[in-house]
Design a protein around this ligand. Structure first.
Ligand SMILES: Nc1ncnc2c1ncn2[C@@H]1O[C@H](COP(=O)(O)OP(=O)(O)OP(=O)(O)O)[C@@H](O)[C@H]1O
Ligand SMILES: [Mg+2]
Length: 264
């Protein structure tokens, strides 16, 4: 069921860039997430919180088709991405629309800063004139908040950057292919407070153009950086609401116990 609004040309347009209905993912017959029904708005930041093993990464990975690479996994229910069922996309197309940033910065180690930013373009089947690359690299690095720090050393190995810079480089690599949805799985958990703050700033700066979902174990980060928060527990979505409401007046006792640190 989509909640629709009608635009000026009379076409139905959803307010939601992502919708799942009764989404289940299992590995070798064991459910990792059960009956997740959620709607995520365009240009919003959603934090996903919950204790280790509750299915946060599994949920995120289902949104860009990553489970089809995992043996023994089964996905049931529906996922609608940008108004279209996920099964109507091919895997290259979905990964172009839905970018992913992982917990551990994973730049390509043998490539330079510059090559890392454009790496996603060729992997995702983009064809363009080489002289366009300079513009794309500058734009992506600027959006990721890294341009000023690396503009004079684009040719150095990505591995010579600090951890926080490497993570922003990975964000730039993701943004270079112009995704509409950006998934981030604990993107700052390996970083110091300063780099974390810089990445939160980046997330805030790019929000107007993307739908962002960020998994985090850091309650302050969820409260600071997101518009909506979804609390997962044992594979289920327990509560999903505006971040302010989740943190000041959660509806569920479990949510309250989790955010106040009673377990987790
Ligand atoms: N590839 C896989 N094969 C088998 N089981 C898996 C696989 N990926 C996840 N699981 C299982 O699914 C459940 C959810 O795992 P998931 O990684 O989604 O949790 P998480 O909430 O991201 O945890 P964390 O906070 O520790 O990252 C766990 O029981 C895990 O063992
Ligand atoms: Mg995880």
């Amino acid at each position: 069921m989509h909640e629709n609004t009608t635009n000026i040309t009379g076409q139905k347009e959803s307010k939601f860039s992502l919708e799942t209905e009764n989404l289940n993912v299992s590995f070798s017959g064991r459910n990792a997430i059960s009956d997740i029904s959620i709607k995520i708005r365009y240009n919003s930041i959603t934090a996903i919180i919950g204790p280790s093993g509750c299915g946060k990464s599994t949920f995120l990975r289902s949104l860009n088709f990553m489970h089809d690479l995992t043996q023994g996994s089964e996905v049931t229910g529906s996922i609608n991405v940008l108004g279209k069922d996920i099964t109507d996309y091919d895997s290259t197309e979905i990964r172009r629309k839905v970018g992913m940033v992982f917990q551990k910065p994973n730049p390509f180690p043998t490539m330079s800063v510059f090559e890392n930013v454009i790496a996603g373009l060729s992997l995702n089947g983009f064809r363009m004139m080489r002289n366009k690359y300079n513009d794309i690299v500058e734009e992506a690095l600027s959006k990721a908040g890294l341009w000023d720090e690396v503009k004079d050393r684009l040719k150095v190995s990505a591995m010579s950057l600090s951890g926080g810079q490497q993570q922003r480089l990975c964000i730039a690599r993701t943004l270079a292919v112009s995704p509409e949805i950006v998934l981030m799985d604990e993107p700052t958990s390996a970083l110091d407070p300063k780099s974390t703050a810089r990445i939160e700033e980046t997330i805030h700066e790019i929000k107007s153009k993307y739908t962002i979902i960020i998994v985090t174990h850091n309650m302050q980060q969820a409260a600071r950086a997101s518009d909506y928060t979804a609390f997962f527990y044992l594979g289920k979505l327990i509560e999903h609401s505006k971040t302010r409401n989740v943190f000041t007046s959660p509806k569920e006792k479990l949510t309250e116990e989790y955010i106040t640190g009673k377990f987790g």
